[in-house]
Design a protein around this ligand. Structure first.
Ligand SMILES: NC(=O)c1ccc[n+]([C@@H]2O[C@H](COP(=O)([O-])OP(=O)(O)OC[C@H]3O[C@@H](n4cnc5c(N)ncnc54)[C@H](O)[C@@H]3O)[C@@H](O)[C@H]2O)c1
Length: 279
């Protein structure tokens, strides 16, 4: 990360969900927000604090950590209340970078999904945004002109082998963005958007390591290549800032053009070689 700062988030107060370790997309966003002058609180589950160095990372940027399970309304209420106390006022921005699919982790195929896991996937990865915004509205915790972001993936609108019930969760998540975007926009000019990110090697994206076929495929198809966590963080900073006050209810693609490309010369060459080998 470069330390050049334009202070475009100076005076703003934010909450960042989803920092698990150094590779988490949310960690890149948290660092950029602080670098751009924001005061933030980092939050995650108790489980995450045992699995990754969340608290240690928070300490390195002098940021308070508050435990919260985003599926629990009582936890969300306590997080929003404590954050306002610590930060000294209503919240200007939130990053919801929360997802989990036990079906995916246990390699269950889509047609053989375990329904208890399926419910859990939808609750953690999509409904948690609804619960968060519902609670924030009830507590009147959001500043006028606040900006809410969540992270999604293009498999929300395309059938993708292996992405499993997370596809359905992302489709629901993007719908919640539109519906709450209208309500919060009308109420207090609060905008709600989803950023659709390239495959990025993280814990949730562990099957998308840089050496994986799909990561390479995506990188070859996208005219600009895959966007990194750092690229995502810069976009998030802009979307949290006052430079994006009329952008709302959108799914914004930070994917190097992947979502709009059918075939690239690079891939034609790769396929030609593979198909020639088959003959
Ligand atoms: N990595 C990618 O390639 C990629 C691409 C597009 C979108 N995304 C999305 O970005 C977001 C962040 O994922 P990541 O790739 O940084 O992986 P990650 O594993 O670092 O982050 C997922 C986070 O969700 C948190 N979480 C799980 N259950 C929770 C709960 N009940 N309450 C609160 N937090 C909970 C985890 O603790 C973890 O910090 C996810 O929504 C993911 O689907 C990732």
């Amino acid at each position: 990360m470069t330390n050049i700062s334009n202070n475009i988030l100076a005076g703003k107060k934010g909450i960042i969900f989803g920092v698990m370790d150094e590779k988490s997309l949310a960690w890149a966003v948290a660092q950029h927000c602080v670098n751009e002058g924001a005061a933030i609180v980092i939050t995650n589950t108790k489980n995450a604090t045992m699995l990754g160095p969340v608290k240690e990372l928070s300490n390195t940027i002098n940021t308070p950590f508050i435990e919260c399970d985003a599926t629990q309304e009582s936890d969300l209420e306590s997080l929003l209340t404590k954050s306002q106390e610590i930060l000294g006022g209503k919240i200007d921005f939130i990053l919801h970078a929360v997802a989990q699919s036990t079906n995916l982790r246990r390699h269950k195929t889509y047609e053989e999904a375990n329904y208890a896991y399926f419910h859990e996937t939808l609750d953690i990865s999509a409904l948690s945004l609804h619960k968060l915004l519902h609670t924030a509205l009830r507590l009147d915790a959001l500043q006028k002109n606040a900006s809410i972001l969540t992270l999604t993936y293009i498999a929300s609108e395309r059938s993708m082998y292996g992405y499993n019930d997370m596809s359905d969760a992302k489709a629901l998540l993007e719908s919640i963005v539109r519906n709450f975007g209208r309500i919060l926009g009308e109420k207090n000019r609060i905008r709600v958007n989803a950023v659709s990110q390239s495959p990025t090697p993280t814990k949730a994206g562990s099957h998308w390591k840089e050496e994986s076929y799909f990561y390479k495929y995506s990188n070859k198809l996208a005219p600009l290549g895959n966007a990194s966590a750092d690229d995502l963080a810069k976009l998030c900073v802009m979307l949290f800032s006052d430079y994006s006050q009329f952008v709302t209810m959108q799914t914004i693609y930070n994917d190097g053009g992947f979502s709009k490309t059918l075939l690239s010369p690079d891939l034609v060459e790769t396929f030609r070689y593979a198909f020639d080998q088959e003959q």
